[in-house]
Write a protein that binds this ligand. Structure first.
Ligand code: ZN
Ligand code: ZN
Ligand code: ZN
Ligand code: ZN
Length: 1113
């Protein structure tokens, strides 16, 4: 394209857009892209323009990737484009004239500045598009102001450009004057449009107004929630369209609150880093595409002489197939596959007849591999929308996307999609499965302040990722070595590019547009496995770091959000496929079974994957990792600072106000430690510590502090304002809100005054702004001293005594601390035990006393180790009392089809008879059960069932043998006669068990007493570990090699011995054995009787004989 053509095109498009001022962002973007190509040509003359043209191009292309664009963003891009258009006049300024002139020096800096402004503006658009609708409405004034600033800035810049170019180039541009005249009226129009909002936003605004306006709604949770309920869409941002409904309920309010917490300026600043990475990624993409296009132009053959749609096909092989078949613009893929197959069979036949001269032997092998079923994969790669049709455009896209080095023959590319891709994906699938298994293995040795984050991450990963990997089951095929090498090269190349993209964004995928930058516009199934593999490998390194370091919970939350965006893409693709397949003639499930080697199969039918039968027959792989086989670790992979700062907050200096900041704010600045009390004046949570800073910027009498709650490390922000009461005394009104998080979703409002020379800050608090019924008290003294203070009510009853006790305890503790005596250690140990009891749900612990006497730092520490040790929550519900199971989980080994039957470890729940709809018979308390003391995810249930059943059978063998040898009854006469029958009786039992043990008497690992039915048996340990019922009732036993959180099966006598007539196959086998035994005994008895009678006869005869002899003598 010559410059003139480009300019002509751009002029056309720009005049077209002048006519339609109200066009959506889409056409503005198209115009802008046309302008880019013009400006690129201009930048060839004036290279110093490149920086701004590049920035302009990058932000436009970034914008194209966004799923949805707000009208306001369209206006911004319009004014940006108008500004850039001014630079077009430079094309009539020859480079010699510009070089070194005052024009160049005057424009160069301005151009650089403009590049930065464009980038900053695009960052603002990025933040705005990620913002939830309600926040946009509540903050509309700020946003509109910001956007107007940009519109004005760009308009001003446009004027500057035009003037400087015309004045300093000495060339009078004839239309400059005309253009300048129009700038003002256009700006007014644009400014007006910035303030316009979409109809949905307008509706939402009306709701907000009805509820008292933006300010009232922002500062009141109840109102916020009401508005959200009135319009659930309000919690949606453009970049997360299609998010699951239920997410909105739980996280909508928290997210909006978090967004409102941050000022727009802060949000822009925070996002800039993320945006900059995205910007770089897009820049890389543009360069890459440029080189690719340059190559592509070369091998394009167009025979313009002939007529017909096939002439538009780039590849000659396909073109001849297309022409021979006489297809038009598109063809059904089920006609295309046989044609392609036929083509390759023809090649093969010709190769044979020509004695392999035409094709290498490897090519012949490849041709033989190209079966009809395999060519189906190729069609999937061509027909990306899965419509069942192949178009000329699609086929060109397919052949053009070949790697550069594969240009000679199409066969390799076809073979890659027919056989290579599947093999490659199998490798990734296996790697992913190993990583997930390793993550699960590491789970128990991980130290994380917030265990729940880990569980959310793992549950999500294995549910979503393994649903894909387990369903992906292609037919294995062996690829000839030459081709395998080629495939390997491509695979490495793809992985390398993905890795580079992910590293550029530091493995944080903030929105779908970032993902599309990294994996490209192709169908998601093509690169989903390598992408997941790379993301998970990085997270696995984070897991390993978690073993030795207190990694911030935000680290895994961010990782999970990145993965969520990846899976969201998969879900979108799945729904698209489902939609398309439902309009095809074949059955949907049949189509999913074959599509992409069945990758989406379990998405269609998740029940098949998670049924207990499947889980038990084909358990998820388990993997153990050694100490040093994984290579060195590096904390530079982390995106968040280590959480140790929360555990032991750095000693921050008390903030000193720099200048008198109005209305007595300086009195509250600095550090405070204290408690929120309930109506009985006892602390209702562990200690809170704040270090207040003045916000300074806005001149208002306000202050702010950050902190984190001891029990989960959840971060919060406290903001405060100074007010005055009637007598002019300052009142401090504060508001504590939690930073984005999965669960902490409440506010604390508190209001109070300073006492005792400003050393005490006390007042009332509540969860609602207008209702603060409870007292609070914060002090300036050190936390160590604060915990020595007797509770407030003691000061009320006997002030003197309370003070005296306070002084004594304080001195005592300080002495102990100085001496670092064993008594202090003993004190701490005692405290820790109390915390353990508290965490174990012990009712006797005085919780508020515990809160009162523990410093913030210590509370963090105790919570962290307790959460690490007691994985008490199971994320499953008791099938009897319907409560979330805490402590031990009892899982029935005999019931359950799709889901397990679980109970709490309470007698009323374990003893219950439970009827479940799907089950043919009720669950009985006599069923075999396993007790889990560690959280088990659904992926682990298969193993739990399998090993528990085996362990139970083993335990019964040992216990039965013990009972038999113990029984003092004489050996029955019968056994003595026929020992071989005894062996028959026990044989089937032995088959079901492991090797017989040599241990003499089964005994309890805790109390060493011999065990009998009923008792517990470990199914995690290699050896035979029994725990008697009495010891197990005290909680998990920790005694080498057995661990407290091992799962144990309950050993009851077998069902038939219990007499409840339960029939399972094993019992039937035993019964059958017994029957045949009885029959054999019967015959034996008969034979015995025969023998006996014969003996009797003999004896008789002997006796008669003797008698006759004696008679004879
Ligand atoms: Zn229960
Ligand atoms: Zn049961
Ligand atoms: Zn015991
Ligand atoms: Zn064990």
């Amino acid at each position: 394209m010559t410059i003139d053509d480009a300019i002509a095109g751009a002029v056309r498009s720009s005049t077209a857009s002048e006519a339609s001022v109200r066009d959506g962002a889409g056409s503005i973007i198209e115009n802008a892209l046309a302008l880019v190509s013009v400006l690129q040509a201009v930048a060839k003359i004036h290279p110093w323009l490149e920086v701004v043209v590049n920035a302009f191009q990058v932000v436009i292309e970034l914008n194209v990737r966004r799923r949805e664009n707000d009208g306001k963003i369209g206006v911004l891009f319009r004014s940006m484009r108008d500004m850039m258009e001014a630079l077009r006049s430079l094309q009539s300024v020859p480079s010699e004239k510009a070089r070194g002139s005052s024009m160049e020096s005057r424009l160069e800096d301005l151009v650089k500045q403009t590049a930065d402004d464009i980038k900053a503006c695009a960052n603002a658009c990025d933040v705005y598009s990620k913002t939830r609708m309600l926040t946009k409405v509540l903050r509309s004034a700020t946003w509109d102001d910001l956007f107007k600033q940009y519109v004005e800035l760009f308009a001003q810049r446009r004027v500057d450009f035009l003037l400087r170019i015309s004045v300093h180039s000495g060339i009078v541009l004839d239309d400059t004057h005309h253009k300048l005249l129009r700038v003002d009226e256009k700006v007014d129009e644009l400014l007006r449009r910035v303030s316009e909002s979409s109809p949905e936003q307008q509706r939402l605004r009306e709701i907000v107004e009805r509820n008292g306006g933006a300010e009232a709604v922002t500062s009141d949770d109840v109102l916020l929630e009401m508005v959200l309920k009135a319009n659930p869409l309000a919690a949606v941002s453009a970049s997360t369209v299609g998010e699951h409904e239920n997410d909105l309920d739980t996280s909508g309010l928290a997210t909006i609150k978090a967004e409102l917490l941050e000022s727009t300026t802060d949000a822009l600043e925070r996002n800039f880093e993320v945006f900059e990475r995205k910007f770089r990624l897009q820049e890389m993409k543009i360069v890459e595409e440029l080189t690719h296009v340059a190559h592509k132009e070369g091998d394009r053959i167009i025979e313009s002489v002939l007529d017909g749609p096939h002439n538009e096909i780039h590849n000659p092989d396909i073109r001849s197939i297309w022409a021979d078949a006489g297809w038009r613009g598109r063809v059904k893929s089920r006609h295309f596959v046989p044609a392609l197959y036929d083509h390759y069979r023809g090649l093969l036949a010709r190769a044979r007849s020509a004695a392999s001269a035409l094709l290498s032997s490897e090519a012949v092998t490849v041709l033989k591999l190209l079966k009809m079923s395999r060519l189906q994969r190729v069609v999937e790669a061509i027909d990306v929308d899965a419509t069942g049709f192949i178009t000329v455009t699609a086929i060109n896209r397919f052949t053009d996307s070949r790697p550069e080095s594969w240009r000679q023959v199409l066969l390799e590319w076809v073979a890659y999609w027919a056989i290579g891709w599947e093999g490659e994906m199998c490798t990734y699938r296996d790697k992913i499965n190993v990583i997930i298994a390793k993550m699960f293995f590491l789970r128990r040795s991980i130290r994380l302040v917030d265990q729940e984050v880990l569980d959310i991450y793992l549950a999500g990963v294995h549910r979503e990722a393994e649903t894909l990997t387990r369903a992906f089951r292609p037919e294995p095929v062996s690829v000839p070595p030459g081709l395998a090498k080629l495939f390997q090269e491509r695979g490495d190349n793809v992985e390398g590019r993905l890795r580079k993209g992910l590293e550029t964004v530091r493995y944080l995928i903030d929105a779908p547009d970032t993902l599309s930058l990294i994996i490209g516009p192709e169908r998601v199934e093509e690169k989903i496995f390598p992408t997941l593999y790379l993301l998970l490998s990085r997270d696995f390194r984070v897991f390993r770091l978690c073993q030795t370091k207190y990694v911030s919970p935000e680290e895994l939350i961010a990782s999970w959000h990145s993965l969520e965006i990846v899976f969201e893409e998969v879900i979108q693709r799945y729904f698209h496929l489902k939609d398309v397949f439902e309009h095809r003639t074949d059955s949907t499930s049949e189509l999913f079974k074959h599509f992409s080697s069945g990758m989406f199969g379990y998405w269609l039918d998740p029940q098949e994957l998670w049924s207990l039968r499947t889980l038990e027959e084909d358990p998820f792989p388990e993997f153990q990792i050694g100490e040093d086989e994984e290579g060195p670790l590096d904390t530079t992979i982390l995106n968040f600072p280590l959480a140790t700062d929360h555990l032991y907050p750095r000693e921050q200096e008390n903030t000193v106000a720099k200048q008198p900041c109005g209305a007595s704010v300086e009195f509250i600045l600095g550090k405070w430690h204290g408690f929120f009390y309930d109506e009985l004046q006892t602390p209702c949570a562990s200690m809170y510590s704040f270090n207040f800073h003045d916000t300074g910027s806005d001149g208002l009498a306000s202050f702010v502090a950050r902190g984190s709650a001891a029990h989960r490390g959840s971060e919060f922000v406290v903001t405060g304002k100074v007010e005055q009461d009637d007598s002019g005394r300052p009142i401090f009104a504060l508001w504590l809100r939690f930073v984005p998080s999965h669960y902490e979703n409440y506010n604390v409002y508190f209001r109070g005054t300073l006492h005792l020379d400003g050393s005490v800050f006390a007042g009332m608090w509540g969860m609602v702004k207008h209702d603060m019924p409870y007292p609070f008290e914060f002090r300036r003294i050190s936390p160590e001293l604060l915990v020595c203070r007797p509770p407030p009510e003691r000061f009320g009853t006997d002030r003197a005594a309370a003070r005296w006790s306070y002084a004594l305890t304080a001195v005592h503790t300080q002495v102990l601390r100085k001496l670092s005596s064993t008594r202090l250690l003993e004190q701490r140990r005692r405290k820790r035990r109390q915390w353990e009891d508290f965490a174990a749900g012990e009712k006797t612990v005085d919780v508020s006393e515990l809160f009162r006497t523990t410093t913030y730092a210590d509370a963090c520490y105790y919570f962290a180790i307790l959460l690490h040790r007691n994985l008490v929550h199971h994320s499953c519900i008791c099938d009897h009392c319907d409560e979330v199971i805490a402590g031990a989980r009892i899982l029935c080994l005999e019931c359950g089809i799709d889901d397990t039957l679980d109970f709490c470890d309470k007698p009323e729940c374990t003893g219950a008879v439970v009827h479940v709809k799907k089950l043919p018979a009720p669950h009985l308390s006599s069923h075999d059960v396993v007790k889990l003391r560690a959280m088990a995810f659904s992926r682990e249930i298969g193993r739990v069932l399998k090993t528990s059943k085996a362990a139970l059978s083993r335990a019964r063998t040992l216990l039965d043998r013990q009972e038999q040898s113990r029984s003092s009854e004489p050996v029955p006469y019968l056994w003595a006669v026929a020992p071989e029958i005894f062996r028959v009786a026990t044989h089937s039992d032995r088959l079901a068990s492991r090797q017989p043990s040599t241990s003499p008497v089964p005994s309890c690992i805790a109390c060493s007493q011999p065990v009998h039915y009923p008792c517990w048996f470990c199914s995690d340990c290699e050896g035979d570990i029994f725990v008697c019922s009495a010891c197990d009732a005290n909680g998990g036993i920790d005694k080498d090699p057995h661990k407290a959180d091992h799962m144990v099966v309950r050993c009851l006598r077998r069902a038939e011995e219990r007499g409840d007539g339960a029939s399972d196959p094993r019992m039937e086998a035993v019964e059958r054995g017994m029957l045949s035994l009885e029959r054999r005994l019967d015959t034996l008895e008969l034979r015995l009787e025969e023998r006996m009678s014969r003996m009797e006869g003999l004896l008789e005869r002997i006796a008669i004989g003797q008698r006759s002899i004696s008679n004879a003598t």
